[in-house]
Each structure stands twice: as structure tokens, then as C-alpha cells.
Design a protein around this ligand. Structure first.
Ligand SMILES: [Fe+2]
Length: 268
């Protein structure tokens, strides 16, 4: 519910009855919080009331997100105490907002605590990619900025089950790096990443070497951010370097699990 909130209604057979982003109804990209209009739209489309909804699933675990972010920042605190304190306060505010949103949703859903369930953010990305595909068994890669405090996961989808194989900790985040490029180019973050991604398709990969140097493969084959490089870059070569590093790194998981298919997912 941090940015681009949306609602989807799924029936007892697993079919999507209705789904829409709140921003589409309000014609704005700047909305955050509980997607009340989108929820109302889904209920009206299915002609049901809140009381008839069996479970409410939220695609984030605020407590775990806060813990991971606080742990990451605590390591940097001796080097940058003021910015760390600011970051910690911001993360605390986000935790309060998310917990309050969960509480309001619980009240809307009728008050029973077990009707509202928080799921891991990357597991939700993985579920939407894998269950929306036609694959019986596949590798799943979820990459985003820092969903629930993590840069991504590599998982395995088998029939109705999902299993996490590897976790990619922040700051080794392709999504975060792309957000920095978006900001450097003068676009708004957590909103215009897709714009810069599409613009990059018309560029030449003149900065590919720099991005390859930025995004080395880590020991487990997943992206590893070289923190010594942070300036003098442009966004146009990033997708080719990112996909090259990510692609070759994830091949190891494909061969070790005898797989050929990989749905990819994530958000900025
Ligand atoms: Fe995400």
C-alpha cells in the first residue's frame, strides 16, 4: 500500500473476478494508502459485500520490512549517524502507517484478526508471475527496489507450491539502482522508472562497461552491487547490463533444478 495500491478479488477456484489500481480510478499516480475505491469496485463487480470476503491478503510484511531496513542502516550508522537517524525515523513512520492500514482493513473486513493475512512481498510477486503462467514447474525471479527490505528472491514453482531458493539482500538491488538513474535523469522516483526503461531502448549501450562494473555477480550468482561506483553514469545502458548479469547468474539455478522456464517479476 506504499505506492500504486490496487485490489483484486479472487474466487474459490483461484480465478480473478475483478482487479484494478486505485490510481486508474482517481486518474493519479501519486496515490498511496488503502485502495478504498479499488476495493469497492471489486466488490460491486462481484455483487458481494465485505462480510462475504473470506480472506484479505496484503502483499507486504511491515514488521519484517522494518527489521531488515533497521539492521541494514545500523551497520552504516557509525559512518553516517545523521542520515541514519533520518532514515530510521522515516522507516519507523512507514511501519506505523502500514500497521495502521492493516488495522483499518481488519475493521473493514469485520474485525476478525485471521481474515487479514500479510504475505512476503517478493513471494506475492512470485505468485502473480508463476500462477499467471502456464508452466508446471519453473524457476521464478522477483527483483524490485526493496520490497519488504529485500532486493529480490529466486524461487521455484511446482504445481501449486512456491519455494524460495535464494534471497537477494538490499542494497544489491537492480531496482534501486534503476531508481537512482531515474532520479539522476530528472524523473520522479517510484513512478517514472518504466518511462526511463522504455526511453533506454532507443539508446546505444555506450555505458555498458560501467554498469557491468557496478553490477558484479555475487558468490551465489545473484547481482552484487559494487558500492565503490556511484557517479558519472547514465540510464541507457542499464537494462542490457542488468539483464546480462541477472540472466547468466540465474542460469545456475535453472540447470541445478533441471528447469527451462523462468517467469520474472518485481516493481520499482
Ligand atoms: Fe514490488
Amino acid at each position: 500500500m506504499g505506492h500504486d495500491p490496487a485490489a483484486a478479488l479472487i474466487d474459490d477456484q483461484g480465478a480473478i473476478v475483478a482487479a484494478i489500481e486505485e490510481g486508474k480510478l482517481g486518474r493519479t499516480r501519486s496515490f498511496g494508502g488503502i485502495p478504498r475505491g479499488a476495493i469497492r469496485f471489486c466488490l460491486e463487480r462481484a455483487r458481494i459485500r465485505w462480510q462475504e470476503v473470506e480472506r484479505v491478503a496484503i502483499a507486504s510484511q511491515p514488521g519484517r520490512a522494518f527489521f531488515r531496513k533497521a539492521l541494514f542502516r545500523a551497520r552504516l550508522a557509525p559512518l553516517a549517524p545523521i542520515s541514519s537517524a533520518y532514515y530510521f525515523n522515516k522507516a519507523l513512520g512507514e511501519l506505523g502507517r502500514e500497521l495502521n492500514n492493516s488495522r483499518i482493513l481488519q475493521e473493514l473486513a469485520g474485525g476478525a484478526a485471521d481474515r487479514v493475512i500479510n504475505y512476503d512481498h517478493h513471494l506475492c510477486h512470485a505468485a502473480s508471475a508463476y500462477f499467471g503462467s502456464r508452466f508446471e514447474k519453473s524457476l521464478i525471479v522477483s527483483l524490485d527496489n526493496q520490497g519488504d527490505g529485500r532486493a529480490g528472491i529466486v524461487g521455484l514453482g511446482e504445481r501449486t507450491r512456491l519455494r524460495e531458493l535464494s534471497s537477494i539482500p538490499f542494497p544489491n538491488s537492480l531496482g534501486w539502482l534503476f531508481t537512482q538513474i531515474t532520479s539522476l535523469l530528472g524523473f520522479s522516483t517510484s513512478a517514472s522508472e518504466h518511462k526511463t526503461q522504455w526511453l533506454s531502448l532507443s539508446g546505444e549501450p555506450v555505458f555498458a562497461d560501467i554498469f557491468m562494473e557496478m553490477l558484479r555477480r555475487g558468490p551465489k550468482g545473484v547481482p552484487h552491487l559494487n558500492k565503490n561506483i556511484s557517479n558519472g553514469t547514465s540510464g541507457e545502458s542499464f537494462p542490457s547490463a542488468g539483464s546480462s548479469i541477472a540472466g547468466s547468474g540465474f542460469r545456475r539455478y535453472l540447470s541445478s533444478n533441471s528447469l527451462r522456464k523462468t517467469p520474472t517479476t518485481g516493481c520499482a
